[in-house]
Structures are given as C-alpha cells and as structure tokens.
Design a protein around this ligand. Structure first.
Ligand code: DX5
Ligand code: ZN
Length: 227
C-alpha cells in the first residue's frame, strides 16, 4: 500500500514511547532528520494493557508540529468508540487489536469512513488465522512481537512464524496489505521478521538509545532477506 514496486521496501516506524516526553518536539525533529518513515504513537488505556500512556491532546500537538505519517497503535478496550477522535486528531493510520471488545468489521469500517488507513493487530498468543477473514479489508496487519504494554522488551522468536503465515496468505489472495512488526525490533531481530515477510518495522528503544539514529534506522531498512 505504501507504493512499493515488485520488491517489498522496508519502512521504519519510530515508537515515541521511548522518546524524551519533555522534549518531544526536538525528538520529532531528530526522527525527521534520521530517515524515519513514520511516527508510531502507542495509546494505552490501563484496561486493555497494564500501562497508561498518552492520547488525543498529545497526538494533536504532534500533528501540528510535523508532516510525518502518524501511525497510531490503539491498545485500548473499546477502539470503535474512539477511532473518529483519533482520526480528527491527525492519525494517518489507525491500528486496533482484534482481541479488544469492539466488533472487528465495524471498527475497520469506522476507520475507513474517516478516510484513514485501517490496520488490525494481534497479540503474541493470538493465532495468525484469526485475521485471515479480514485481510481483504485491511491496509496493514500488525503482528506484535512482544506482549503489548511496554517498550524495551525482548523479541519473541515464535512470532516470526505468524508473520510468515500472514504474508503467505496476503500473497495467495493477491492483496497489497503491509505486515508490521512491533516489539524488540533491532538490527539483530529485524532480519528474522523481514525474512518472514514483514515490511514495516516499529522500533523504540533501539532507535532512541542508538548513538546515531540514522545509522540504526538504516541498519533495519537495509536488511537483506531471502524473499
Ligand atoms: C509495546 C508498544 C511498542 C513499543 C516498542 O506495547 O506497542 O510500540 O514501544 O518498543 P521497543 O522497540 O523498545 O520494543
Ligand atoms: Zn506499538
């Protein structure tokens, strides 16, 4: 969907959960200068996951200061109730969890009605097959590679197989959906999921802890795969 040719082009979405919140504006300038493709905005409500982050007012402020593509990851109990507000606040794509209490079909339709891209996420324990029926209606599937809730966790290797199953099904159906991975992504783990068919890499702690963010981002974008 992001205008690639035959070969899948790797894109990088930086999770601002690892940014310095008091200096978010300068952190965003740094992302813009480092060749980052998207800004990943993790919304947690303390119900769907055991953590609370930030929401609408911060997204609005971020949207005012940058033209970056805003990739909003909702880890909230009832996403259907809030998708239009996040779209109004500046989201370019909204990802919700199929494990949430909202109807999957209704939530996809509600996101699309707002004119933004629609994506569905699955937690590590949810089988790949759970998203198959929705693939024709989705712009992207997010395969969580850690348990959602916190940045800085270790990649769960078993999730790579789910990436492979979803990518294969997307190809069989001749669809154009992207496959995103999120959690514990760095220069060591990106090749594993890239090989399995992921093409959008969310990265938080690896990018923000790097001495040179542009080089760190490039190491993921340039990953060689056998696909
Ligand atoms: C976790 C979030 C991630 C997180 C990734 O629930 O969805 O986006 O910030 O952070 P790292 O790259 O540090 O695992
Ligand atoms: Zn996320």
């Amino acid at each position: 969907m992001f205008g690639r040719s035959d070969k899948l082009k790797n894109l990088i979405s930086a999770s601002v959960l690892s940014a310095d919140m008091l200096n978010l504006e300068s952190e965003i300038r740094k992302l813009e200068k480092s060749g980052i493709d998207m800004l990943h905005f993790d919304v947690m409500d303390g119900v769907f996951v055991n953590n609370i982050t930030y929401g609408l007012p911060i997204l609005e402020a971020v949207n005012r200061t940058t033209d970056m593509f805003l990739d909003v990851h909702l880890m909230i109990d009832d996403p259907l109730k809030y998708v239009s507000r996040f779209a109004e606040a500046g989201a370019d794509m909204i990802t919700f969890h199929i494990e949430s209490r909202s109807s999957v079909t209704e939530t996809i339709n509600a996101i699309k009605k707002c004119g933004v891209k629609a994506a569905a996420a699955i937690k590590p324990a949810t089988p790949a097959e759970a998203v198959f029926e929705y693939l024709p209606y989705l712009d992207m599937v997010l395969v969580m590679t850690v348990e959602p809730g916190f940045g800085g966790q270790s990649f769960i290797p078993e999730t790579a197989e789910k990436v492979r199953l979803i990518r294969n099904r997307i190809s069989e159906l001749k669809l154009d959906a992207d496959v995103q991975v999120d959690g514990g992504i760095n220069d060591k783990t990106a090749p594993i999921v890239s090989d399995a068919g992921a093409n959008i890499f969310v990265s938080g702690s690896y990018l923000f802890n790097a001495e040179n963010m542009a080089e760190a981002a490039n190491a993921i974008k340039e990953v060689k795969t056998s696909r």
